[in-house]
Ligand binder design. Structure first.
Ligand code: GLP
Length: 271
């Protein structure tokens, strides 16, 4: 696990966009696992700018999104379908046939979940998975639970997630109580994972994700077992990480490497 310190949200967004950009340049036919929420907005804005400049070409790229609310039609402005169109897909040259988001309106959600897993498998898995992190350390909509959910599944959203996501809706009662989320198998089989965290309300979740025990009560902690995870975090979200784990002072930019499942720092420095 490699934790890259970002000065602020803009710095975080540019660094993360650079990694996604490199992925698309090196492998134009990449399968990108994409995320919603406010955290990736700056990344999508940056990628659009580079696309408009002619530096990026998404025509061969495939996107598979992590999740979608149940019972929100795709044209509902709060749906993740609408979010992705408005903030990214409508502004780049990705082929709409290569855009995949779970269908939260499916009459048979179980069948939809199986379809989504088979689809990801048929694409050969995910090359680079972008993840935000919830305040309770959820990834996608994999909420704290007694076990990790392996496959795409229907989720009852936790009270903390409903409260956090209320800001996108007029009233709390408008926030859907259920969603479909990609499971941990597809996420952890991604060849590379890029997790972003910004703001003080992510500090505890980020610390638990990187340094706590691997437990389904902290869904993001499963990432400690993955071979290629890069976390880009701003100063506020790193506030719970003890300075001893920072190789270089934050102002100079720091990369912290943590051995999978242990607190042992293996470190390298980078500017
Ligand atoms: C939602 C999404 C997650 C996202 C999380 C954090 O619950 N399903 O994929 O990571 O919100 O969102 P934000 O970046 O707005 O804090």
């Amino acid at each position: 696990m490699k934790i890259i310190h970002a000065k602020d949200y803009n710095d975080l967004s540019r660094k993360a966009a650079n990694i996604i950009s490199a992925q698309v340049i090196l492998k134009p036919e990449s399968v990108l696992g994409l995320a919603t929420g406010s955290s990736p907005l700056g990344i999508y804005r940056q990628l659009i700018i580079w696309y408009e400049k002619g530096d990026l070409d998404f025509s061969a790229t495939t996107a598979v999104n992590l999740d979608e609310y149940c019972n929100l039609p795709p044209d509902n402005p709060q749906s993740y379908h609408a979010f992705m169109r408005q903030n990214f897909f409508d502004h780049i040259n990705i082929n709409p046939a290569r855009v995949h988001i779970p269908n939260g309106m499916a009459s048979d959600l179980e069948t939809e979940c199986r379809r989504y897993d088979q689809l990801i498998q048929s694409l050969g898995g995910i090359d680079l998975q972008l993840l935000g992190i919830g305040r309770n350390a959820h990834i996608g909509f994999n909420e704290p639970d007694s076990c990790f959910s392996k496959y795409t599944h229907k989720v009852a959203l936790s009270e903390s997630t409903i409260a956090a996501n209320t800001r996108f809706f007029d009233r709390e009662e408008d926030v859907p109580r259920q969603a479909i989320s990609m499971g941990m198998q597809a996420i952890t089989q991604a060849r590379k994972i890029l997790l972003i965290a910004s703001g003080p309300d992510k500090a505890d979740a980020l610390y638990a994700c990187c340094f706590g025990p691997v437990t389904p009560q902290v869904p993001a902690s499963i990432l400690q077992l993955h071979q290629d995870v890069t976390i880009i975090a701003d100063e506020e979200s790193l506030s719970s990480v003890p300075p001893m784990f920072l190789f270089l002072p934050p102002s100079e930019g720091a990369v912290v490497c943590v051995n999978a499942g242990t607190d042992q720092k293996v470190t390298e420095g980078m500017r």
